[in-house]
Design a protein around this ligand. Structure first.
Ligand code: T6T
Length: 325
């Protein structure tokens, strides 16, 4: 005969089970995903819109906070604040391949699923069981090395395959821009009549990039071309070429498609822009995050491709790929 005590125990157990189920159910039904980009720029605001679109489709609560500048000292405090909020998933663009490994490991150790978008930690190869930086579940980004090769081929063609060129870059240690410059230098080796000068670093400051053009022109008056490896680098290099009165003479190839790039291409200041698909990075980041929060397996890598913008498509199909704030 079931005693009152057993009945009581049973009902407590059932209630407890109900509660746990309710909690897990709440996470799986409305996963919380925190999106932590690298810096304030139109690339990441476009990414955020793609993330919001997927969040609506998936019933995800999306947290979003942007570091003021591209720096571990700006990104890590926000990361720690997000960890304290215990989201189900962290969607992050690590600002340094090495320095963000430990802070992200703390997130993973706190039970937060980590997905990197645009940039990666370690060597970007995840879920391999090797190394101390393979714990993220997925890496979603452009093939930046190939992007750098495309930039080199385009610049070589624009300058008639001879003359002096150089790369204008943010800072070393960033997986995306490092790969672009590597791809550019690797491809330029196939162009013996082109001399590649030392890469210049502008710390994501377009004014510094513009000043580099003036300084290099003083030493190398025959400068024929420049590759800007990201938004600030490209914008600054183009500004520097314009200030030097060399628009159209010094060929400019840039990575990214910031607002106004259409004017720069039509005026001939910029020859080509390699537009990434940040909205897709945000969209698939949230889709994969929601799946992972619901216990589904997700691919360890996803390439989002890019589109080469130039005079032939900037007012046509290409326009849709220009980022916006
Ligand atoms: O080029 C993008 C991004 O891909 C890169 O990782 C960092 O710079 C940008 O955000 C542009 O500023």
């Amino acid at each position: 005969m079931t005693t009152r005590r057993t009945l009581l125990k049973l009902s407590v157990a059932t209630m407890a089970a109900g509660l746990v189920a309710a909690h897990v159910w709440a996470d799986a039904t409305k996963p919380v995903i925190a999106l932590l980009p690298g810096v304030v720029d139109p690339f990441y605001f476009t990414m955020h819109r793609g993330a919001e679109k997927a969040a609506k489709e998936e019933g995800v609560e999306l947290l979003f906070q942007v570091p003021k500048s591209w720096n571990t000292t700006e990104q890590v405090p926000i990361l720690k604040a997000f960890i304290a909020k215990k989201p189900d998933v962290l969607l992050v663009s690590p600002v340094d391949k090495q320095q963000l490994i430990q802070p992200l490991k703390e997130a993973a150790d706190a039970g937060i699923k980590v997905i990197t978008v645009d940039t990666y930690i370690g060597d970007g190869k995840y879920q391999t069981g090797k190394g101390d930086a393979d714990f993220p579940l997925s890496y979603i980004a452009s093939d930046n090395t190939e992007g750098g090769r495309i930039a080199a081929r385009a610049l070589a063609k624009a300058i008639g395959d001879k003359g002096e060129v150089y790369c204008e870059d943010n800072k070393p240690g960033i997986s995306s821009t490092d790969a672009r410059v590597d791809g550019f230098l690797e491809e330029m080796k196939k162009h013996p009549n082109i001399k590649v000068l030392d890469t210049q670093y502008n710390e994501d400051d377009a004014n510094k990039a513009a000043a580099h053009i003036a300084a290099i022109l003083a030493r190398n008056p025959n400068l024929a071309g420049v590759f800007g490896a990201n938004t600030f680098s490209g914008k600054g290099a183009a500004e520097g070429v314009k200030k030097a009165g060399k628009s159209g003479k010094i060929k400019v190839v840039v990575f990214d498609a910031v607002p106004g790039i259409d004017q720069d291409i039509k005026s001939g200041l910029v020859d080509i822009a390699i537009a990434q698909k940040p909205a897709e990075m945000g969209y698939y980041g949230v889709k994969y995050g929601a799946d992972a929060a619901r216990g589904k397996k997700i691919p360890a890598q996803k390439g989002t491709g890019f589109v080469v913008l130039d005079k032939s498509n900037i007012d046509g199909d290409g326009k849709q790929y220009i980022y916006s704030n």
